[in-house]
Design a protein around this ligand. Sequence first.
Ligand code: GDP
Ligand code: IMO
Ligand code: MG
Length: 429
Amino acid sequence: MAGIVLVGAQWGDEGKGKITDLIADDMDYVVRFQGGNNAGHTVIHGGRTLKLHLIPSGIMYPHITPVIGNGCVIDPKVLLEEVDRIEADGLSTHRLQISCNAHVIMPYHKDLDGASERRLGKLEIGTTRRGIGPAYQDKSSRMGLRIQDLQDEHIFRKKVEAALVEKNDILEKIYGLPTYTVDQIADEYLEYAERIKPMIADTSQMINKALGADQWVLFEGAQGTLLDIDHGTYPFVTSSSPTAGGACTGAGVGPKAIDRVLGIAKAYITRVGSGPFPTELHDETGEMLTQIGGEFGTTTGRQRRCGWYDAVIVKYTVQVSGLTDLVLTKLDVLSELDTIKVCVAYEYEGHRYNNLPCHQTVFHHAKPIYEELPGWKTDITGCRHFEDLPKEARDYVQFIEDLAEVPVSMIAVGPSREQTIMRRWDPRP
Ligand code: GDP
Ligand code: IMO
Ligand code: MG
């Protein structure tokens, strides 16, 4: 067995795409196990910048089989647009495999995502409005359509018909929106089905076979730990399980398939959308991180909220995903700062919290307790070995490692592949 899980250790956009691409060379399979096109992963490879939403970040390698697992939700239109875009870029997508059990994002899911957000007004979650929540909602309520349903027109039409009885009522009577007919949806979706059919597979069986043959499988998480439906800052979360456990259910493998769990964390922290954020910066330092870090969403273009590195959150990720390694990205973005703060605990009503508080009220009002470290004020984007980093940068990484209690195995000092320090990483130990 040789399975590696890669997860976001914060609120998403940690640089998972870059790190997946970096280690994918040593893999045979790269598998997305949850989420949909709410994700936005930027990969810079061979002089190309690729923005991926659904297709696994290992797509650049001809020897890799990219898989979209059963735990994902797929908007077929977006999937095919992404396939076309990648092909137009001169890369092949013919190896792409899609689980027959993945769920399909329907047109009404997208309408309902937007309508529900508008209705919440100031209380909105700030979703990507891609229909992710409503699609997972239908999966749970056993009203969803799966990728395999696209293979049989009769079944597809029957299931759409059953769903529309409820969806049209909600669209029209609650939100005053246009309704759908079965033909309208079938005409569009069955056309997508023709192109998707050759990609459909029993991906759980495929991955288990590969693992049994000692091939290497990378399970690529989207979003981040604090966006997890169970372990995140509910209700300001996504509707799937981006934590390591999600890789088992979302790809159809057992826990013994997983040898290593990499948590990706920025050297600071960002969040898109609403919800509590104890270390958020509303000053010029926050603005500086936004500008230097290019903190604008890959999917929606929204400005990301920025704050100081929160060690309490990363310690929590180590716990809920059983991290074996931490990967620190965007260390270069901090290079202009005189001093850098790290949140080591929270304070609320006179109590100190060293761990993530269970109660949402405490987290919403938590005041960060900071330690302040000296900055290095030097360009580090050319550093390739840990020893090349200035002492202050090494001390910063060491401080984070001590707080997380797992090794910082890689450090990213720029967006491209080569701007990475492989500190304690042996891909096939
Ligand atoms: P993901 O969703 O976790 O894959 O992350 P995104 O791709 O949404 O956002 C991360 C952004 O930071 C992308 O634009 C990356 O190209 C960029 N990036 C990744 N690592 C580094 C790094 O070490 N330094 C800098 N400056 N940019 C990085
Ligand atoms: P990657 O994979 C950052 C956020 C949205 C919103 C919440 C729910 O690029 O790290 P949803 O549309 O999923 O129902 O929105 O989750 N969100 C992300 N934030 N990175 C992502 O993906 C995200 N995917 C969803 O902004 O707050
Ligand atoms: Mg992203």
